[in-house]
Write a protein that binds this ligand. Structure first.
Ligand code: NAD
Length: 415
């Protein structure tokens, strides 16, 4: 397989929409450069007493529409290139759902499965302390991503608050409810995936009760999407995680899978479906396919064999540009990541707003507003796609770039 940078792939999507918008060269230059990239060492002490040094990153990509916003990832594969691509996507994701935020992302190159809770806390506090000057409710607001949890956000918020000597819940989102989190935040990304999918299925004439759904990844995004699809009467025929995939033509009972994962830590040994590989899940029989694991799930080889009619990108960057071209040629509809998984950042926005007001909403209010933000913008994207004869992805980038460019032009370039 060709080894190209994730950021390079991300720019390919940007360029397609920029061409459609006839964006001038200067604007393209500005928008394809991150505002700020930070790399730092995170020395910490193992429970054994040994010292270790990990590498931390924060990329603040763009501030035109507001404070930078984006998650923190703990994973062995975290690199500056990956974090930059993720920060780039956050810029368009916030703009596409019309949130008053720019884009950012952060990460630590580490394998959390080898770390104790105390070690994770020390790493998180050191990571937060390194960023004290450049994060804050009006500067940059982190959130959870792969392998970071509400507890990690609580440590981050506490460390920042101790440094600035006041309680600052609005410095991160995705916190536990007890310390300024929002109702509905934990499920929000998965909920957003199902809201977008069901709206597109209605557009395609696919009834929820008839739809067979396959979901790759059973973490925060995948498991809540699965649960909410099931609640809406859909049949989940396949689920997977890092240990492999599980297929059941008559439908997987999602609560049983959630209970199994809670007990074992993964889906390993799950008896509710026949074991298969993740590649078999991606290319197996289903109507709607939700990649909700990591980048580059679809390569040209797997894309050519996909049987789904609709792909809803729960993960960030699951489709390489070559695979995307194949989906387009094969008439497979793709709801792009920047729209499909924007539910999380949308409820993060609600959390940030609630923290600043000190007044918290009921869950029904959060979910109703989430649906409104997502459907208003998904339908706008669909209208742009129809008008311009473009894919939903290009239409989404077109809408997002147009909004960021308008803000940039109004603010001007300070020099
Ligand atoms: P998570 O760590 O909670 O879960 C990731 C899941 O993917 C785990 O079940 C893991 O076992 C599985 N996985 C990893 N590699 C795999 C592979 N090769 N094949 C199959 N499964 C694999 O992470 P998450 O928060 O659910 O994030 C998943 C994706 O969604 C990421 O791309 C993330 O950037 C994106 N996302 C997350 C949020 C959020 O609010 N958590 C918001 C927007 C986008």
């Amino acid at each position: 397989m060709r080894e190209v940078s994730v950021f390079g792939d991300a720019i390919a999507y940007f360029n397609e929409a920029a061409d459609l918008l006839e964006l001038d060269a200067g604007m393209r230059r500005i928008l394809t450069h991150p505002s700020r990239q930070i790399i730092f060492s995170i020395p910490f002490q193992r429970d054994s007493g040994e010292f270790e040094v990990y590498t931390g990153y924060r990329v603040q990509y763009n501030f035109a529409r507001g404070p930078a916003k984006g998650g923190i990832r703990y994973h062995p594969g975290v690199t500056l290139d990956e974090v930059t691509a993720l920060a780039f996507w956050m810029t368009w994701k916030c703009a596409v759902v019309d949130l008053p935020f720019g884009g950012a992302k952060g990460g630590v190159t580490c394998d959390p499965s080898t770390l104790s809770s105390n070690e994770l806390e020390r790493i998180t506090r050191r990571y937060a302390a390194e960023l004290v000057e450049i994060v804050g409710p009006d500067k940059d607001v982190p959130a959870p991503d792969v392998n970071t949890t509400p507890q990690v956000m609580a440590w981050f918020m506490d460390t920042y608050s101790m440094h600035v000597r006041q309680n600052m819940p609005g410095v991160v989102t995705g916190k536990p409810l007890e310390i300024g989190g929002s109702r509905g935040r934990v499920e929000a990304t998965g909920r957003g995936v199902t809201i977008c999918a069901l709206d597109e299925m209605a557009e395609m004439g696919l009834q929820p009760e008839e739809a067979r759904i396959a979901i790759q990844g059973f973490g925060n995004v995948g498991r809540y999407a699965a649960k909410l699809f099931e609640e809406r009467g859909c049949r989940i025929v396949a689920i997977s995680d890092i240990t492999g995939a599980y297929y059941n033509e008559s439908g997987i009972f999602i609560n049983a899978a959630i209970e199994h994962a809670a007990k074992v830590g993964t889906l390993e040994g799950f008896k509710g479906g026949e074991k298969m590989t993740n590649l078999e899940l991606l290319t197996g029989p289903c109507d709607v396919l939700v990649p909700a694991a990591l980048e580059k799930a679809f390569t040209p080889e797997s894309a050519a064999k996909v049987q789904a009619k609709l792909i809803v990108e729960g993960a960030n960057g699951p489709t390489t540009p070559e695979a995307d071209r194949i989906f387009r040629e094969r008439g497979i509809v793709v709801i792009p990541d920047i729209m499909a998984n924007a539910g999380g950042v949308t409820v993060s926005y609600f959390e940030w707003a609630q923290d600043r007001m000190g007044f918290f909403w009921k869950e029904a209010e959060v979910n109703e507003r989430l649906e409104d933000f997502l459907l208003t913008n998904l339908r706008q994207i669909r209208a742009i796609a129809k008008l311009r004869g473009a894919t939903l992805r290009t239409a989404a980038y077109t809408l997002a770039i147009d909004r960021v460019v308008k803000a940039l032009k109004l603010r001007g370039i300070y020099a």
